[in-house]
Design a protein around this ligand. Sequence first.
Ligand SMILES: [Zn+2]
Length: 284
Amino acid sequence: MKKILGSLGLSILLLAGLSSCQKDDTVEQQNITVDGEFNTECSYVDSNWGPNAYINTYIINQTQTNLMYSQSSNIARLLQVPTVTLRFVHDNTSTSSTANAISYSTGKIYFGETLYRQALNYGQIVPVMVLAHEYGHQVQYRYSSVPSVHEYTARATELESDGYAGYYMRRGYGASWDEAGPGFNFAYSIGDYYTNSAGHHGTPPQRRSATRLGWYLGAYNLSATSFDQYFFYYYEKYVLPGNLRPVQKPKYIDDEIDKFISSKLEELIKINTGEISAEEFEKL
Ligand SMILES: [Zn+2]
């Protein structure tokens, strides 16, 4: 059987277990996946998906399919990464098998049909949000300076991807908060990908706060790498203990942007601590 060795990109989790056919829960729930080894003997797709899963370039109908491919190009352009190889994963024997979306370091995003349907049930905007989040990981794979977080954790990369999604939904997709706020809330509640892994994705309040920060940054035209610098400058400023004290503003932080984001810090803190609830978040 043919084996394809993927390149080892940004490694944040286990490589162990990828070569076997056994399900590895850690890898399965990790949506930033390092391609290790594809084993077509056991699974048509790869070991992150069920043994009977298969991929193609079609999701639900032609309208959905066309929309996703055009959004994919738009997101790539805005986030300054190459357009990924976007594929949809189906499984006629199991719905849970495809309740996931995976961003691969080799420039691919695989979007599971079950997750897609759950997202679409809420509204057209939600699958686009999921795709934008996965593209956030592509930025992290592509630029060695991203994420510029001090403590490198899976959670930081996940929250930053939520930030990129917030940025894109405002700046690229052109959503209003009335649409985007409830959409994001819903996105955090669906799929294996979202619910079973709060530990590494961040808690829902943290995710809402990260998204809202990305949304505010979407008022400005930022390069992919400068978005990252802004994102962590503010996120760490209000999240890390004791960090909210006045600190020397780095040169790369523009005065006007700083003035604007600083005026939103109180709200971002309240979202992050949960003082602003999920329902209130939707109505901001
Ligand atoms: Zn993610």
